[in-house]
Design a binder for this molecule. Sequence first.
Ligand code: NAD
Length: 370
Amino acid sequence: MSAGGPNVRPGGAAPGGPAGPAAAASAATGTPAEGRRVAVLGAGDMGGRHASHWAAAGAQVVVVADADAERAAALAAAYGAEASGDPTEAAARADVDVVSVCLPTFLHAGVTVAALEGGADVLSEKPVALTLRDAEAMGAAARATGRTVRIGFMRRFDPLWRRVEQDAAHLGTPVMAQATLAAGVRPKLLMHDAYANGGPVIDMACHLFDRWERVFGTPPLRVRASGHTFAAGKAEVAAIEHVALDTVQVDLDYGEAGSAQLQLSWGLPAGVPATERHAYVGPEGVLDVDEDGATLRQGPDATTYAASDVDPWREEIFAFARELAGDGPQGVADLAAGVRALRASLAVLEAVRTGGAVDPAMLQPEAEVA
Ligand SMILES: NC(=O)c1ccc[n+]([C@@H]2O[C@H](COP(=O)([O-])OP(=O)(O)OC[C@H]3O[C@@H](n4cnc5c(N)ncnc54)[C@H](O)[C@@H]3O)[C@@H](O)[C@H]2O)c1
């Protein structure tokens, strides 16, 4: 989809909505994290982003922890921080008051609990955790300590996905949604490990489940799915003992609000670029979305919205900093939202296993990831 056409309004308003061109402009200004002392756990892609945005927000990054000593040292040096090889110890340091968790998903719970018990507030990358039991442990520690945990569904801060949420509200009820996300085998092996990042059903679909909860106003009531592991037998994943399911076709029932279909694969030949497109159909119109933007049609004319270059991670970290400073509302997803998205993911895996319909709310803590 191109951004062209008669009604192109980059960063413009939703029909009937309050947003103007300024709506897509960054809200990430000032130094709302001034005085905060931050530990960044994980010095990979997300750790680099978090460290950079915390520093831009005025925080002091005091420690960067990663099992890879070189990575930890390089990122720490960039921010004048200490390097550590022990994320749990770094999370619990008395001189740290905010912890950014950017480790593989199976490690999120342990370090989050350590951070909370050490007196820090936590921003954990999505997904919340790999299992409901781990997520429960995070919730119990948050309740016991009174500290704050937020989950990095950064699409909440992406003007394109905000726009989709706004425009979907103009389609009437019920809405029928469809999304296709397809990519070659991911270069990061852990993404395909059922016991590390959990494969795309846990790692990627959580973004959609969080978005669709906003579109439909409810989590899915029932999930049906079929699945495959397209990468099975491919050389890229040969070193993984438990290769996660990488390809699913999912039907989600949102009751009177509508229904959704998701087609998701990370099992295509390595190098196939990630693509994503959505369509939303309702009695009042149709909304098409891809990486370039969104087009709403409610009559003969189309309204097109071009994707913006706002960095949603930066927006998210500034929003969390403002929340912690008592200077802004809670905009970053809470733990409960992370758990609802995880329940939807686990329901998909359970539906593939059983061939039946699964109610995500009924899953027990021991729901399996592989
Ligand atoms: N919000 C998003 O869209 C988004 C995008 C990518 C990743 N993520 C999430 O961020 C998290 C990290 O992903 P990433 O892409 O930065 O991964 P990455 O592989 O780039 O970085 C992870 C880092 O963790 C370190 N590590 C691994 N095991 C460790 C251990 N036992 N102890 C200490 N360090 C260890 C690795 O050395 C690596 O530097 C994951 O949970 C992932 O799902 C979110």
